[in-house]
Design a protein around this ligand. Structure first.
Ligand SMILES: Nc1ncnc2c1ncn2[C@@H]1O[C@H](COP(=O)(O)OP(=O)(O)OP(=O)(O)O)[C@@H](O)[C@H]1O
Ligand SMILES: [Mg+2]
Length: 277
């Protein structure tokens, strides 16, 4: 085989591997109300326009922003030259020089090859701008908490090629000034909330007959917050009625105005306890 042929074959293999690389992101089974939640965002991003288009998803912690962004990315990614899900930006960027790994991930995921090493955000910005400006990309910037974080990844729309799409998720709607459209994620509808709770408390779509009233009470306290429904449901899985009653009693002691924040705290504590046990 000539050197030219060998190089040609290598190129083909690289191309095939790129195509086989998984683009899709894992999302939990038993998502509820997701068609309803993702549809508007999907429709907005599917609208044909040559411009780069940015949408913002905002809402309280645990309401489902990241999950919705993953679902939309899975639905749309096959239409783009490259896609990238930059998760937990706020957490990652707290580490020393933490924006650099995110910049590298963005370049690597889109270009599907290793990129030149750099260790400074400003160099990363130049690389992104130079290398991605002709690429039609779908990028999710998940959990943004400062504009600096966005600027390091996408200082300007012109950094990405025409018809690119960007999804930002954040707890802070004030960061979404650049977005063409914003979507506030609200609590689940009561029937959806009961269904999600039941998946975790009973591994079924609805509560067991003799737990219906207790389940409705628990769900009421969770106020349509997916994280709380999941964690409180899992906490009560296979527990007896006494345990249910005492947990519901605990929930009922949380003052109304604090319910979401306290539930979240409670959910996270339970989650940590379970992880460490
Ligand atoms: N519609 C849904 N159906 C089932 N589970 C859901 C749904 N939405 C969210 N969840 C679950 O609830 C939990 C919290 O969701 P998610 O992480 O998307 O929230 P978030 O809004 O991104 O929170 P944060 O602001 O903390 O990043 C996750 O475990 C997720 O799987
Ligand atoms: Mg999130």
């Amino acid at each position: 085989m000539s050197r030219h042929e060998a190089k040609f074959i290598k190129e083909i293999i690289k191309d095939v591997l790129n195509k086989l690389e998984p683009k899709y992101l894992y999302v939990p089974e038993h998502l509820v109300g997701m068609d309803r939640l993702a549809r508007n965002i999907y429709d907005f991003l599917s609208t044909a326009t040559d411009d780069v288009c940015i949408v913002g998803i905002h809402g309280m912690p645990g309401i489902g922003k990241t999950t919705i962004a993953k679902v939309v990315l899975n639905q749309l990614c096959y239409r783009f030259e490259g896609s990238c899900f930059l998760s937990n930006i706020n957490e990652t960027s707290k580490q020393f020089n933490g924006l650099v790994p995110l910049q590298k991930q963005l370049l690597r995921d889109i270009l599907k090859q290793d990129v030149a090493n750099f260790d400074c955000v400003d160099r990363g910005k130049v690389m992104i701008k130079d290398r991605l400006r002709r690429k039609r990309v779908l990028v999710v910037a998940d959990d943004l908490a400062h504009l600096d974080q966005l600027n390091a990844l996408m200082g300007d729309r012109s950094w990405f090629g025409p018809r690119s799409r960007v999804i930002i998720t954040t707890r802070y709607s004030s960061l979404l000034g650049e977005a063409d459209q914003t979507f506030q994620i609200k609590e689940l509808e009561p029937d959806e909330a009961l269904q999600l709770f039941s998946w975790h408390a009973f591994k079924d779509t609805k509560p067991a007959e003799d737990y219906i009233e207790l389940s409705k009470k628990a769900v009421d306290y969770c106020g349509g917050l997916p994280l709380a429904l999941k964690v409180i449901g899992a906490l009560l899985y296979r527990e007896n009625k006494d345990r249910w009653e005492s947990e519901i009693d605990n929930l009922s002691r949380i003052p109304n105005q604090d319910i979401q924040g306290k539930l979240l705290e409670r959910s996270l504590n339970v989650f940590r306890e379970k992880q460490s046990s």
